[in-house]
Design a protein around this ligand. Sequence first.
Ligand code: FAD
Length: 318
Amino acid sequence: MSPPSLIDAHPHLSDTAPVALSYELFPPRSPAAAETLWTTIRELETTEPDYVSVTYGASGSNRDTALELINRLLVETTLRPLAHLTCVGNTPQELAAVIGELLDIGVRGILALRGDLPKDGGRPAAGSLRYAQDLIDLIRRVEQRRSALLCAGKIAVGVAAYPARHPESPSEEHDVEVLLAKQRSGADFAITQVFFEAAEYEDLLTRARRAGVTIPIIPGVMPFTSLRRLTRLGELAGVEPAPQLMERLAAADDDMERLHIGVDATVELANAALDAGAPGIHLYTFNEHQSALEVLDKLALPRHSRTRSAIPRPQLAS
Ligand code: FAD
C-alpha cells in the first residue's frame, strides 16, 4: 500500500464544496424589456451568483442582442456570463466565428446546445451541425487554436441534460448515452431541463453515474409561480407540469398567494435535489428577480461570499 499523499492527509480538502448558484437570463426583445432586465440583473448581482447564463435563439436568431447583453454583463457588472450557443441551422464556419467573438470579449463558459428544430418540421440548412456533441468538438478545436491566449482560463463547456426523456429521444437510457458521449467530447458540466419531481433528477443522477458520467449535473429549477408559463413549458419542452401544483395555483385568490404557493413548491424541489447530491442550483428567472430572490431566501444555500472571503491585504509597517 502506498503512503497517503499530502492531499489525502490534508484535513480541509475533504470538506464538502460550497453549492453553486446561477441564474438564466434571456436577451431582451425591446427597450422596455431591457429596462426590466437590467433592474433584475442589479438585484440578482447582490446575491453574488457564480455565473449567469444567457440564452441564444435557435439558428442564432438573436445573435446580436445575446452578444450585446453578454458584453454589457462583462463590462458593467461583477457577473460572469455563461453563453448559451445553439448549433442547429448554422455551419461550422459561422459557429466558429461566434465562438471567436465570445472569446474575444472575455467569455470563458459556453453551454453547447443543439437548439430546437424548425417548428415547420423542415430540415436544418445543409452543412449545419447536427448535434450538441458536434458543437463541443468545434468549441474544443477553436480553443486549441487559441490555447496561447487562454493561459489564464480555458473554456468551461456545459451541456443540457434531461431528467424526463428528451421529446425526440427513444428512451431515458439513450439520453444518458448521449450525455456520456457529450462528456467524452469534452463537456465539463451539465444543466438540466426543468423537472417537477425530485425523483426524476435523482434517477438521472443514478443512471448517469452508473453509465460513467462523472461531470456535475446541475438541476435547472424554475420558480413555479406563473400558471401561464408552466402551461407553455409543457408545450415547448415536452415537460408536463404536476397537475396538483397547477390546480393549487389555479385556485389561488391573487398573485401574492400564487407567489407563495409557487415559491414553496420550488424550494421543496430544490432542497430535495440538494439532498440527492445536486452540486448547485440553476434558477430559470424569466428575467424577473422577485420569485428567484424569494426562492433563494428560503433555500439558505451553503455558499461562500466572494467579498467576505476576499483575502485581506497585508498591512504595511509604518
Ligand atoms: P442534443 O444533445 O444534440 O440532443 C438532441 C436530440 O438528438 C436528443 O433527442 C438526443 O437524444 C439526440 N442525439 C444527440 N446526439 C445523438 C447522437 N450522437 N446519435 C443519435 N442521437 C443523438 N434552446 C435554445 O434554442 N436556446 C437556448 O439558449 C437553450 N438553452 C437551454 C438550456 C438548458 C439548460 C436546456 C436543458 C435546454 C436548452 N435549450 C435551449 C433547449 C435545447 O436546445 C433543446 O432541448 C434541444 O431540443 C436539444 O438540445 P441538446 O443540446 O440537448 O441536443
